[in-house]
Design a protein around this ligand. Structure first.
Ligand code: IDP
Ligand code: MG
Length: 156
């Protein structure tokens, strides 16, 4: 099982889309491991998006993400990182395929509703940036045998 970090961005909360976006991951079979509402300090946003420092969109991105609260989630599934990125769609709303979160709800290049980690390594780094270990609830999932075929001893 793999974990990924999702951020439901300020525009999604302000547009009252947070519940629908979270529901998509539940419907797909992801397990919610952690969830909280937080207004992120600018320094934390700068660290989270450190790889983009110096790019023309970096400062507006920091302002957008630190302006009002976001919903932080850790979710768990087989190939969680790649599956979540596929469900999110391309970065720019106008390029994102219909059926994806950004494709269905966003047209903007910046206000694109959701962040998802782009590799398992990034996911673990980002989870540690936003959550304390005791905030992560890795409880056994009684639905796991419905969501995956476990009969061969693997998760298929
Ligand atoms: P991602 O969120 O799909 O991983 P990144 O390239 O990591 O995309 O960019 C981080 C965030 O910065 C994007 O989600 C978007 O909000 C914003 N962003 C990226 N590129 C641009 C741009 O060219 N113009 C405006 N905002 C951008
Ligand atoms: Mg990214």
């Amino acid at each position: 099982m793999e974990r990924t970090l999702l951020i439901i961005k300020p525009d999604a909360l302000q547009r009252r889309l947070a519940g629908r976006i979270v529901a998509r991951f539940e419907e797909k079979g992801f397990q919610i491991v952690a969830l909280k509402l937080a207004r992120l300090p600018e320094a934390v946003i700068r660290r989270h998006y450190g790889a983009h420092e110096g790019k023309p969109f970096y400062e507006p991105l920091v302002r957008y993400m630190s302006g009002s609260p976001v919903l932080l989630l850790v979710v768990r599934a087989r190939n969680a990182v790649a599956v979540a990125r596929k469900m999110m769609g391309a970065t720019f709303g106008a390029n994102a395929d219909p059926g994806t979160i950004r494709g269905d709800f966003a047209v903007s290049n910046r206000f694109n509703l959701i962040h998802g980690s782009d590799s398992p390594e990034a996911a673990e780094r980002e989870i540690a940036l936003f959550f304390k270990p005791e905030e992560l609830h890795e409880t056994p999932d009684p639905q796991e045998g419905m969501i995956y075929d476990l009969s061969t001893g693997e998760r298929v």
